[in-house]
Design a protein around this ligand. Structure first.
Ligand SMILES: [Zn+2]
Length: 282
């Protein structure tokens, strides 16, 4: 596994940048600096990849962020701080054929008793990885560019006209942590990605609305099959005002009744069924 944390010699420019974050002016001998690769634009285990624009945005967001152990953001655990970031080409090509970039950061630690062991471990190459946490606003399909919510029909990892589908992570809005990973080959190491909260709520609401529409259609259809009411338009009007619990209850009762009748099912013509359901189709 490639070592992504390396101790680096401190230079005068570094000290100036570091002193922007410290309460008092630090001297070079009091500080330990190291470089760390936070993430890149390669496709990860989940089939997702940051765009190079996202890496640029993240480079701003990670400035000044503190590194912790075990994703536990208590002050005790905050041991290192990023004071410089850059997006750099690696000279390699990504699996989807674009120039590979990494988001590289330089971080510092105060050479204190508390950080002594960690500094030794970084120097010795025992700590080789970090895991980072960030939040992005959007996931886009690499094939069609649509928001990736499973509706565009393209599947991650599948090939379309020679292009592999993956999810592009767009518009990072927050970089909230980076953690040292003590075990080099830890499976969980990598990027922890979150999504904009309101966006998620809106998605949940959409799913809820879709479920409700589907349920209404089912209840009306079942009422037909049960020959529950003569005037189906009136019943459909009633159904449109029912809440989810009422709809579930009707669905359950109608289904039960229909099962009892199943020895001689009452089938409606396809045309009439579709006509009834059309008012609930979104
Ligand atoms: Zn797509």
């Amino acid at each position: 596994m490639k070592q992504i944390i390396k101790s680096v010699d401190i230079n005068p420019q570094d000290i100036d940048l570091i002193n922007k974050y410290t309460r008092r002016e630090m001297k070079p001998e009091e500080i330990f600096t190291f470089s760390v690769i936070l993430c890149d634009n390669e496709i990860d285990r989940e089939g997702e990849s940051f765009t190079t624009d996202s890496l640029q945005k993240l480079s701003e967001l990670f400035l000044g962020k503190t590194g912790i152990f075990d994703h536990n953001p208590t002050i005790k655990n905050q041991t290192a701080r990023i004071f410089q970031t850059s997006v750099e080409p690696t000279g390699e090509t990504t699996s989807f054929g674009e120039q590979k970039f990494v988001l590289k950061a330089k971080a510092y630690m105060v050479r204190s008793e508390r950080c002594k062991d960690l500094i030794m471990e970084i120097d010795a190459g025992i700590i080789k990885e970090v895991s980072v946490g960030c939040r992005v606003l959007k996931k886009s399909c690499s094939i069609c560019g649509a928001e990736y919510d499973g509706c565009c029909g393209h599947e991650i990892g599948q090939s379309y006209d020679g292009k592999t589908c993956y999810v592009m992570l767009v518009d990072p809005i927050d970089a909230y942590e980076w953690s040292f990973v003590a075990v080099p080959a830890q499976v969980g190491a990598g990027v922890v990605k979150g999504f904009e909260y309101n966006n998620q709520l809106e998605k949940q609401a959409q799913i809820g609305r879709r479920h409700l529409q589907k349920l209404r259609g089912e209840v009306v259809k079942l009422s037909f099959l049960n020959q529950f009411m003569v005037n189906n338009d009136a019943f459909a009007g009633l159904v449109s005002k029912m809440n989810i619990d009422e709809l579930e209850a009707f669905k359950c009762e109608f289904s039960k009744a229909l099962n009892l009748k199943s020895a001689k099912p009452q089938l409606l013509s396809e045309e009439k069924m579709n006509q009834t359901n059309s008012q609930f189709v979104i």
